[in-house]
Design a binder for this molecule. Structure first.
Ligand code: ADP
Ligand code: MG
Length: 583
């Protein structure tokens, strides 16, 4: 008994439909364009009329075309085979079709229905189970992929039968569950879930209490992100947002990576398809793609599909979190997503908010980031979704609505500074404006003291102060000239440069420099601070010059493009020598 309707009006991708029967907000429908079925989503209902946003071009659509409503929201298909797949925002498999673009009205299955998976049961007949509890397991690459009680199952069920160990296709019956009313329910390896609703089924979502190591020093040392935490990278075009995200994807301490390449230009999306599958996982030596799902949309894809993509990505992450895994969602760039929201809201002629974005932009962004988190599952294990989004503010203006709204929602801020990118000081994360609110959490501070060093937080604060002070004195030196300031100013400036060159700058393309373990980060910071703490007490400007020259020499050698770890070790040796001579 599906509701039906007739097209009565068309404005670009927004179509008005006169409905017979019930229709609900966000429900999916198909418009029949002379045999081609165009997928659409209900975004407004008034009286007998539904406003639907079509996920593809409406070229050729006419008044009078018929519409069939599906009775459910936009869903993703969840099951083994998600990893190493590439999808568009509607989860069309991008590998099974020619080129990156689907033909109109064509939808491909997200998962391979013929592939067999080795299933091992973990539940037993008679077990009492509820939604999200584990019934069995298949190996997806090297990860244990749990076959769970579907998230949509409400109440308690008894396992009536469970399939024996063996190889099966995803649509075969893996278990039969009986509900309290005695009705039987079949569970296969696949389930569906509406993308805009967070997947539950866990016991609690505590505050984040440990950090997710990324191997990127300006993050881990200066402003760490928590496992299950949220962060964002705003920055003008070409400042290194994508490079930084790829570094985090490659090195971050996560098991499942979901990359949402959201509405970026087509050539950048092609980049992700050519580059990402080649990346090697430094943790296992295998292809990174084996544990990655790519969701991609380009700006020329329809607006509603672009809007959906970040939710599709989030839902896949939550699915793996429910298996007790660490998932990492990287969205690049969320500005394109916000632009899609803006286009839709404008077409609906809603009262616009700042810069014509929807009035509830902040709430939409907050709700999205709020789906991140570390959770305790019913069996006591933990799983997590960590989210890092990029924002590309027009003209680098950090006061625009998307940046401001994201700032309220995400707890880490990694602002890329044009001036640092211009000087090739990569990653161009501004050490002074950036922050991690997790450093205010007692749980995180305790974790860092235990994991890294008992004085770690103090050391980091000292380093940050030196960098801040260095910026102040360099402004003074610029105004008053080299000779116009006390010699101690120069000493302070060079000490801050030392931290910049050794700790903050990091070549993402150097085999050794790109990935720094947290233990090595501790070693580096301790050494640098020892130099910074030394009082050189130069008598004259000349004296001071000696050290500058020494430093400049070493820094030249350390030019980011030639930076090699041997040089780095040499650098440390020389610094140590300077130190011991001084004593
Ligand atoms: P965005 O995504 O912000 O437009 P990209 O991430 O594409 O910028 O970076 C632009 C360029 O900057 C890269 O092609 C690279 O040459 C350089 N770059 C950025 N970050 C680094 C880094 N950490 N190490 C070395 N080069 C970098
Ligand atoms: Mg980019």
């Amino acid at each position: 008994m599906k509701s039906t309707g007739v097209v009565t009006g068309i404005i670009a991708n927004l179509v008005t439909v006169e409905v017979t029967g019930h229709v609900s907000q966000n429900e999916i429908c198909y418009i029949d364009l002379d045999g081609t079925k165009l997928m659409a989503e209900v975004i407004k209902v008034t009286g007998k009329n539904a406003f639907v946003q079509v996920y593809e071009s409406t070229r050729g659509l006419k008044k009078g075309h018929t519409v069939e409503f599906e009775g459910h929201m936009l869903e993703v298909m969840l099951g083994p085979g998600l990893l190493s797949s590439s999808y568009d925002g509607l989860q069309n498999n991008l590998e099974t079709m020619e080129g990156v673009f689907l033909k109109r009205g064509e939808y491909t299955s997200p998962l391979d229905h013929d592939k067999k998976w080795e299933f091992t049961p973990v539940a037993a007949v008679g077990d009492k189970v509820t939604a999200a509890e584990w019934l069995g397991e298949v190996k997806e690459g090297w990860l244990p992929h749990k076959i769970m009680v579907p998230f949509s199952f409400k109440g308690e069920y008894t396992v009536k039968s469970i399939t024996a160990k063996g190889e099966y296709k995803i649509d075969e019956t893996m278990a039969v569950l009986v509900d309290t009313a005695g009705e039987e329910h079949i569970v296969t390896m696949v389930q569906k879930w509406p993308v805009k609703v967070a997947i539950g089924g866990f016991v609690e979502k505590p505050r984040p209490y440990k950090i997710m190591e990324t191997g990127v020093r300006c993050i881990d040392t200066f402003n760490p992100i928590a496992e299950g935490g949220t962060g964002f990278i705003p920055g003008p075009f070409g400042c290194g947002k994508t490079v930084l995200q790829h570094a985090i994807a490659k090195q971050g301490d996560a098991e499942v990576i979901v990359m949402a390449a959201c509405g970026e230009r087509a050539n950048e999306v092609v980049e992700i398809f050519t580059e990402f599958p080649e990346l090697v996982d430094p943790h296992t030596g295998r292809k990174l793609m084996e544990r990655t799902t790519i969701i991609c949309n380009t700006s020329n894809m329809p607006v509603a599909a672009r809007e959906a993509s970040v939710y599709t990505a989030m839902t896949i992450c939550e699915y793996y979190r429910a298996m007790g895994l660490k998932a990492l969602l990287l969205a690049d760039s969320t500005s394109r997503w916000a632009q899609a929201l803006r286009e839709m809201s404008n077409r609906l002629e809603e009262l616009p908010g700042a810069d014509a974005f929807p009035v509830d932009l902040s709430a939409i962004i907050s709700n999205f980031y709020a789906r991140a988190g570390i959770v305790k599952l019913k069996n006591g294990q933990t799983g997590s979704v960590t989210v890092i989004g990029t924002v590309s503010p027009a003209g680098g203006n950090l006061k625009e609505p998307v940046t401001e709204s994201t700032k309220k929602a995400a707890r880490c801020f990694y602002g890329l500074a044009q001036i640092r990118a211009d000087k090739k000081r990569y990653p161009a994360v501004d050490p002074i404006d950036s922050y991690s609110k997790y450093l205010e959490y007692d749980e995180i501070i305790d974790y860092l003291r235990e994991r890294v060093d008992k004085d770690w937080v103090e050391k980091v604060n000292r380093a940050k102060n030196i960098v801040r002070k260095g910026k102040e004195v360099s402004e003074q030196i610029n105004i008053l000239g080299d000779d116009g300031v006390p010699i101690s100013y120069h000493e302070q400036f060079w000490k801050s440069e030392l931290i910049d060159f050794i700790i903050l700058q990091q070549d993402a393309f150097d085999k050794i420099d790109s990935l720094t373990s947290i233990d090595r980060q501790e070693y580096m910071l301790t050494l640098v601070l020892r130099v910074c703490d030394a009082q050189f007490q130069f008598e004259s400007f000349e004296d001071c010059n000696k050290l500058y020259k020494e430093l400049i020499n070493i820094m030249k050698q350390m030019n980011y493009s030639e930076f090699k770890s041997e040089q780095f070790n040499k650098y440390l040796e020389q610094l140590n020598k300077i130190l011991s001579n001084d004593k």
